[in-house]
Ligand binder design. Structure first.
Ligand code: PAF
Length: 283
């Protein structure tokens, strides 16, 4: 497994692989890797000849009062996990290489990025779209693998890939859950034991939404109320948002449709968790 810090060296390696006819799959991460990330790495290995993983805690996607400084970092642990999978190259760029001094250029998606996560975290998607654009330019992959856990990020990144005409296919890996149903997330590490128990209400409420829709309930308000009730039955929770949207446009659905993405952000104690459930009737 090769390690690259300098973007130019990464690009040189990628171009060599592509010249040799290899298909490259790319998994962008912020490190603190868990089984969710590793499932994406395995998916990459199934779909491509070469697998590249980036590890970069991107300061540009954290708000001033967010957890950039506290965000879990374990580079040695991450590299060990990756060395046990089919990973060919790891890109670990320095901040100064991705954001040269005095940089003033951003990549901004203007339709999806202001909704839900974007409204709750102003500037977040501008940071994500800017860094992923840079990473795509440096890795030049054929395929990028993203996780469904960050459903809105998937929609925003698919949009910039389409709009900026990157020749990259996006493959989305499923949400990986703990046995108690909590979606794997690097931020789960912040939860106390008691908060951890209460956090199952996120997935409970999403399952409830699926059940209600399958039973024929199409009034979004009724379903949202039922979800909120389940979440608020746990004392340490505070709902940031609950929504039913179209998975591609993130338009809010007042009347639920055959394709509905239920998504939510909930504080459990001080930890903000997100989760979602895609319901596709007929599938
Ligand atoms: O999902 C993440 O970990 C990050 O948002 C990403 C895509 C690596 C960009 O920093």
């Amino acid at each position: 497994m090769q390690r690259f810090r300098r973007p130019a060296r990464m690009l040189e390696w990628s171009r060599q692989q592509r010249c040799a006819g290899d298909v490259i799959a790319f998994v962008p991460t912020m490190g603190a890797l868990h089984q969710g990330h590793l499932s994406l790495v395995d998916l990459a290995a199934e779909r491509a000849d070469r697998v590249v993983v980036s590890i970069f805690v991107n300061p540009a996607q954290f708000g001033p009062s967010e957890d950039f400084d506290l965000y879990p970092r374990d580079l040695e642990g991450d590299l060990k996990l990756l060395s046990e999978r089919e990973v060919d190259a790891v890109l670990i760029p320095d901040t100064g290489d991705l954001y040269p001094a005095g940089f003033t250029t951003w990549v901004v998606e203007e339709e999806l990025s202001d909704k839900l996560e974007g409204a709750a975290r102003p500037g977040h998607f501008r940071g994500v779209t800017t860094v992923v654009t840079k990473l795509l330019l440096v890795v030049e992959p054929d395929i990028m693998i993203l996780g469904q856990k960050d459903a809105q990020q998937v929609a925003v990144l698919k949009r910039i890939i389409h709009d900026l005409m990157f020749p990259v296919d996006v493959i989305v890996g499923p949400i990986i859950r703990e046995p108690d149903s909590i979606a794997l997330s690097s931020r789960n590490a912040y939860l106390s034991g008691e908060e951890r128990k209460q956090a199952v209400c996120l997935h409970d409420s999403l399952r409830l939404a699926r059940k209600l829709l399958l039973e024929g309930e199409v009034d979004s308000g009724v379903v949202m109320d039922a979800m909120r009730e389940r979440i608020e039955s746990e004392p340490s929770t505070r709902v940031d948002y609950i929504a039913a949207v179209h998975p591609d446009t993130f338009e809010t659905l007042d009347t639920l449709s055959d394709t509905t993405l239920f998504c939510l952000a909930v504080f459990v104690g001080d930890t903000r968790l997100i989760d979602n459930e895609l319901v596709e009737l007929g599938n």
